[in-house]
Design a protein around this ligand. Structure first.
Ligand SMILES: Cc1cc2nc3c(=O)[nH]c(=O)nc-3n(C[C@H](O)[C@H](O)[C@H](O)COP(=O)(O)O)c2cc1C
Length: 211
């Protein structure tokens, strides 16, 4: 598909199976938090995060955290397992799942996102995440680095992840106009995210993991 890398394969669970399993769980509406990960003045993450949030609002209550608008405490106060409670800790804690909208910087994800991850600990735990990455070739190296970091925090990442190739070509006055198939591919990742987020919500409530 032009402009996009989609990792979906024929071996994935069908969307119908994933969504009906989530629907059958009796629990409050799913809460997803979209995180815009880059903080440059001329960044693209905000407009792409808004597009992702619009898409996710079809299946969940959505919050959008723009890291460019969040001030974290100084790193000199950071200790293993986080540190003093940050201004966004409650919002990270409230979420059942996350959509990380991140560019690839030097074959990984931006330092600002790593700081936001490191400044929180229990807030992330036993949740789910998907990644909407972007870059010259889709930014998938950022996604793969995030998988390893999130595993340390007991965050499950979805198998499906969408990478946008050179999305700057698809952004104009009306925001992001995705290439054909992009929205559908992202919806597939969101369905997986919803399944994991619902399942883990129930597990956290009914049988919390004894660390
Ligand atoms: C510091 C820096 C490093 C970058 N490294 C990569 C890279 O490794 N791979 C890539 O595809 N694009 C790379 N780019 C290009 C970005 O994909 C592109 O500038 C994108 O718009 C950055 O996202 P942002 O606008 O939200 O900051 C890099 C950009 C910056 C600013």
């Amino acid at each position: 598909m032009a402009g996009m890398t989609d990792l979906t394969s024929q071996y994935s669970p069908s969307p119908e199976t994933a969504s009906s399993a989530a629907d059958q769980l009796e629990q409050p509406p799913l809460r997803l938090t979209v995180i815009a990960a880059s903080v440059r003045k001329e960044r693209l993450s905000r407009v792409l995060a808004e597009w992702a949030a619009g898409r996710a609002s079809g299946i969940a209550d959505v919050d959008l955290i723009d890291l460019a608008e969040c001030e974290l405490p100084d790193d000199e106060h950071l200790v293993p397992g986080g540190g003093p409670r940050s201004a966004i800790a409650d919002r990270i804690e409230r979420a059942d799942g996350y959509v990380i909208v991140t560019p690839e910087y030097n074959h990984s994800y931006p330092a600002g996102l790593k700081r936001a991850i490191d400044w929180h600990y229990g807030e992330w735990m036993f949740k789910a995440a998907t990644v909407l990455s972007y870059g010259v070739h889709g930014g998938l190296l950022a996604t793969e680095h995030l998988r390893g970091v999130f595993a340390e925090l007991h965050v499950v990442t979805t198998r499906r992840a969408v990478g946008l190739r050179a999305p700057w070509n698809d952004i104009g006055d009306d925001g992001f106009t995705p290439p054909p198939g992009t929205g559908e591919a992202f919806d597939g990742a969101l369905r997986e995210l919803a399944w994991w987020a619902s399942t883990l919500h129930t597990a956290r409530r009914d049988r919390p993991f004894q660390r």
